[in-house]
Write a protein that binds this ligand. Structure first.
Ligand SMILES: *[C@@H]1O[C@H](CO)[C@@H](O)[C@H](O)[C@H]1NC(C)=O
Ligand SMILES: *[C@@H]1O[C@H](CO)[C@@H](O)[C@H](O)[C@H]1NC(C)=O
Ligand SMILES: *[C@@H]1O[C@H](CO)[C@@H](O)[C@H](O)[C@H]1NC(C)=O
Ligand SMILES: *[C@@H]1O[C@H](CO)[C@@H](O)[C@H](O)[C@H]1NC(C)=O
Ligand SMILES: *[C@@H]1O[C@H](CO)[C@@H](O)[C@H](O)[C@H]1NC(C)=O
Length: 828
């Protein structure tokens, strides 16, 4: 085996000198045969005549038992001993034996047993192009991002060819296309390597996949080809921005009912795929206010109105919308939303100047208010009509557009209507028109144009005579339709003269309440009625007045006793009525005549027989006062009779007086007889006479007292007593004074005198009283003295002395009434 190794080395190292070596150094037995034969030959193919090649006789071969020993596992060769031919025993596949080794040699030994000889042979197996190039993968996948720059190379696995030499892959080819070419490189191992070169940029959007056929071509004859498919997958790059299908979106929206309305939809498309093509919409450069009004769906691009729109706020919205794809590329579009005006705003009324009150006597065309009107619809350009309700004394005038003046147009009377609500209505020109109103509340202020009005044009009042001073007679009332000061009414009595005496001495009025009081006691017998005017005066400027007539009737009181006229009570003579003895029944003896200063019932007199010496003989006519005989006079009857007749008035209580009538019954109507009769009956008369004398004395005394009082009065008044109408009146007056004084003082003492009475009395001018009767003068002096006793006492010392009881009463009054004296009264 060492030989073999050596031999192999020699062959391997010195190929060129191979034959020479065989010839020179090896003997015949050790010579090596060399053959070459093509692969893939069929069995029995004759390679060579090996016997001849070795110079061996056929007999040696057959006898010597020659056989071939292969050095490999397989016996590719055999020898025909009879012919000495070397034959192919088995098909030889060079690629299986040698692979890619270019020189593929098979070795065998020819062994002859006897005599033993060993020959070595080598057979070169020549390649035959029996294998086509083959790519390891039939499909080659290459992923290339789009926009990969041209020139970028992508190696692909080379194709394999089991053959060797030129029978191996000599070239590569690729389907013709615009994007790629194929470069074949000479590898370090002398093999060709294919490489795909990008010649034109790929665009995913145009080509997403590309199939190319790559072929490997060998150099054999015939040429064999192996192919593979190269699948080129283009990877998407975010190379496309989203694109809106409109650059400006415009939409018109009605301002009304736009809420939740999908105004419009923006649409952008992106040619990129996957996330690179996912578009999100957003507002850009967007104020918060707009963000509240419009909502954008970030996926669909729908723009929704989220808030009520108001044309009056904004007429147009310009919004920029951004579309952004997943790769961050953006583009923008503009959205223009125009708001279409709807007549949804009523006109507005502004009172630029307004008066809340005007006097009722204001002139026509007095401006009450100035109004501005405005309508926000239509950009404030809408036409507006203004009106006020009719039937009111106002008018609207317009001097400029949308400026109105509200002026008066008529007469006002606050007393009829003191307040106006003027409703101004403004209409716009929309369809339907909208309106708004403003109410101006206007007060009519008062002017003193109404006099006070008495609730009666004339009043009839009455007072019972002998009233207390200060007694309430009645009340008047006047109302004034004006207000406040203009309606504040004061009352006064219009001064007049009554019986030469100022009216104020009789009555007074409370200027506030209208209550009328008596200043003094009235005497019906002196004054039966009193008519005077009361004036009501308001406090306006100028003041207005009105008058009412008051008729005051003094009601009679039964304060006068009947007065006898016949028989006269003062008649000193005791004359008697003479009745003839032969007088028959019904003979009128005498008539009692009496009068009563009172009137009415109080003066209605009745006569009764109070006392009669013979009641059966005489009777008195109840109404006539006639004394008549009841029966004929008989002899038995006395000649002299005394009758006392009582005269009663019909007052309550009734007053009465008595009359004494003497009756003499005479035989004959001669005067001589009469005297005789009288003397005869003188004793009978005495007792009666004494009574009458006492009565007379009392009467005279009282008469005297009355006279003294009269003197005092006269002194006080400096009026002659002759002014008095009659002695009767004088009598009564003085008695009245006394009674007045006591009752007056009593009432003072009781504190019941009306406060207003005293005040009214003070305010009267004492000088005016000069023309009054003495009685009134005293009253006045009395009133003065309440506040200034000393002055009174100096002036009226005698009078004060003359009436001691009254004087002590003054002191009492003085003690009770200590009111301070009002100075202005003293001056007056
Ligand atoms: C834009 O795209 C939207 C939605 O696909 C479509 O309704 C609209 O008509 C398109 N506008 C234009 C101008 O093509
Ligand atoms: C899109 O809107 C939805 C719902 O409003 C929100 O959840 C989401 O975050 C928004 N996407 C982007 C990218 O703004
Ligand atoms: C005017 O309006 C006021 C307030 O509404 C109301 O009190 C008043 O009585 C009205 N006056 C007239 C005269 O209608
Ligand atoms: C009221 O009477 C007085 C006095 O007679 C008179 O001057 C005045 O004009 C009268 N007033 C009216 C309103 O009649
Ligand atoms: C009355 O007197 C006259 C004469 O004086 C006388 O004639 C007459 O008879 C007398 N009558 C009687 C009734 O006495």
């Amino acid at each position: 085996m060492g030989f073999l190794t050596l031999s192999t080395c020699v062959v391997a190292n010195i190929q060129a000198g191979y034959l020479l070596l065989v010839l020179l150094f090896c003997n015949k037995a050790d010579s090596t045969l060399r053959y070459s034969v093509r692969e893939e030959l069929a069995k029995g193919y004759v390679v060579s005549n090996i016997a001849n090649d070795l110079g061996l006789e056929l007999k040696i071969l057959t006898d010597g038992g020659a056989h071939i020993v292969s050095e490999g596992t397989k016996q590719y060769f055999q020898i025909n001993k009879n012919t000495g031919m070397l034959l192919i025993n088995e098909r030889i596949d060079r690629e299986q034996i040698c692979g890619e080794i270019p020189n593929c040699i098979l070795y065998f030994q020819l062994v002859v047993e006897s005599p033993f000889q060993l020959f070595r042979a080598e057979v070169e197996i020549l390649d035959v192009n029996d294998n086509a190039p083959c790519f390891p993968q039939k499909e080659i996948v290459i992923t290339i991002p789009e926009q990969t720059p041209p020139g970028t190379k992508f190696s692909i696995e080379r194709a394999q060819d089991l053959d060797v030499g030129t029978n191996t892959v000599q070239n590569y080819l690729i389907t013709v296309n615009e994007h790629f070419r194929l470069d074949v490189l000479d590898g370090t191992d002398q093999r060709k390597r294919p490489e795909i070169v990008l010649v034109k940029q790929l665009d995913y959007e145009k080509t997403r996949k590309l199939f190319l056929q790559v072929s490997g071509v060998d150099g054999g004859e015939p040429q064999r080809t192996g192919t593979a498919v190269v699948q080129i997958i283009v990877l998407d790059n975010n190379d496309n921005p989203p694109v809106f299908n409109q650059s400006i979106y415009k939409v018109n929206l009605f301002e009304q009912d736009a809420k939740d309305y999908v105004a419009l939809k923006v649409t952008a498309t992106d040619l990129d795929d996957g996330p690179n093509g996912d578009i999100t919409y957003a507002f850009s450069h967007f104020s918060d206010a707009m963000g509240r009004i419009f909502k954008l769906n970030n996926k669909t691009g729908e723009i929704t109105v989220a808030e009520p729109l108001d044309f009056e706020d904004t007429h147009i919205y310009e919004i920029e919308v951004q579309a952004r794809d997943g790769g961050g590329m953006t583009s923008f579009c503009k959205v223009v939303i125009e708001i279409v005006d709807v007549n949804d705003n009523p006109p507005e009324i502004f009172l630029s100047s307004v008066r809340h009150s005007i006097p009722e006597n204001c002139l026509p065309q007095t401006v009450v208010a100035v109004l501005n009107v405005r309508d926000r619809d239509g950009g404030g350009k809408g036409d507006i009509r203004c009106s006020i309700s009719s039937h009111q004394p106002f008018r609207l005038t317009s001097s400029f557009k949308n400026v109105y003046r509200l002026v008066t147009d008529g007469q006002f009377d606050r007393e009829k209507r003191s307040e106006y609500n003027i409703t101004v209505t403004a209409f716009d020109d929309g369809t339907p028109p909208l309106s708004s109103t403003a109410v101006i509340r206007l007060h009519i202020s008062d002017i003193n144009d109404n006099p006070p009005v008495f609730n009666k044009a004339s009043y009839i009042m009455q007072i019972i005579e002998n009233n207390n001073p200060g007694e309430l007679i009645g009340s008047v009332m006047a109302t004034d339709m004006d207000t406040s000061e203009n309606a504040q009414v004061f009352y006064s009595v219009i001064e007049d003269m009554v019986n030469d005496c100022p009216l104020s001495h009789f009555i007074t009025i409370n200027s506030n309440s209208g209550n009328i009081f008596a200043v003094r006691p009235f005497d019906f017998e002196q004054l039966k009625e009193l008519t005077f005017l009361v004036q009501a005066r308001d406090s306006g400027a100028p003041t207005l007045t009105s008058n009412a007539t008051i008729k005051l009737y003094i009601i009679d009181q039964n304060d006068n006793t009947p007065t006898l006229l016949h028989p006269s009570p003062n008649d000193g003579s005791f004359s008697a009525e003479i009745v003839p003895r032969n007088a028959e029944a019904g003979y009128v003896v005498s008539k009692v005549i009496a009068v009563d200063a009172d009137s009415g019932q109080n003066a209605w007199l009745s006569f009764h027989l109070l006392k009669s010496s013979d009641p059966s003989l005489f009777s008195v006519g109840v109404h006539t006062g006639e004394i008549a005989t009841v029966r004929g006079i008989t002899e038995k009857d006395n000649n002299r009779h005394t009758l006392i007749v009582i005269v009663k008035d019909n007052g309550q209580p009734s007053l009465s007086t008595t009359a004494t009538v003497k009756v003499v019954i005479a035989e004959n109507l001669s005067g001589n007889h009469l005297e005789i009769v009288e003397e005869e009956k003188a004793d009978e008369y005495d007792s009666h006479l004494t009574i009458y004398l006492i009565i007379s004395l009392a009467a005279i005394t009282s008469l005297f007292l009355a006279s003294v009082i009269m003197v005092v009065i006269c002194k006080a008044c400096r009026i002659k007593p002759s002014k008095h109408p009659s002695a009767l009146d004088q009598n009564m007056s003085s008695s009245n004074i006394v009674s007045f004084r006591t009752s007056y003082l009593d009432s003072l003492a009781r504190g019941t005198l009306h406060q207003g009475y005293l005040q009214e009395v003070r305010s009267q001018d004492p000088a005016k009283a000069s023309s009054c009767t003495g009685k009134e003068q005293i009253d006045h002096a009395l009133l003065i003295d309440f506040n200034n006793k000393n002055e009174f006492l100096q002036d009226h010392q005698p009078a004060a002395n003359a009436i001691p009881p009254s004087h002590s009463s003054y002191q009492r009054v003085q003690a009770i009434l200590t009111r301070p004296m009002s100075t202005d009264w003293q001056e007056g």
